[in-house]
Design a protein around this ligand. Structure first.
Ligand SMILES: [Zn+2]
Length: 158
């Protein structure tokens, strides 16, 4: 019984959102201003999107994804309110400021959609048609949310 109480206390402990910057990559050192900017924007959207209480690890990665067009990726563990967001700086830098803003929101919306999207995709084999279809549905929802008109007013105020 005591152990469960302790476990619950541990799960409820992080009441404030923590954005933790992963210093693992040299890209962070080389692009300090850019990395700081990304983290600041993530922090602001975390508050706006009501993601307080989450522990979000932000990693700046010096991986060349320019050809594939992948600018960021996210994985989440909603039961622990923990998420990892990677920014692939070489490709991300090529985005116009407006699209960078959309990318922050896009990745953070993945946290909110995760409890629905993950069970859907995990039922199908990666690479299968059904898996691709589920991924497309998930990305469509997240993209629509990130592009809502309401965000334009927010960007104007900045
Ligand atoms: Zn996505």
């Amino acid at each position: 019984m005591m152990r469960w109480v302790l476990l619950l206390l541990l799960l409820w402990a992080p009441l404030e959102a923590q954005v933790i910057v992963d210093l693992e990559t040299k890209a962070y050192v080389e692009n300090t201003a850019q990395a700081k900017h990304i983290v600041a924007r993530i922090r602001e959207y975390v508050t706006l999107m009501g993601l307080d209480g989450w522990r979000i690890y932000v990693q700046m990665r010096d991986v060349n994804t320019v050809d594939s067009g992948i600018t960021a990726s996210t994985s989440a563990q909603p039961q622990y309110r923990t998420a990892h967001i990677s920014f692939y700086l070489r490709a991300f830098s090529k985005l116009a400021p407006m699209h960078q803003e959309e990318a922050y929101r896009h990745e953070l919306f993945h946290l909110l959609v995760w409890p629905v999207g993950r069970p859907l995709t995990s039922r199908f084999k990666p690479g299968s048609e059904a898996y691709g279809f589920m991924m497309m549905l998930r990305e469509g929802v997240v993209t629509n949310l990130a592009r809502m008109k309401v965000w334009e007013t927010h960007e104007l105020r900045r």
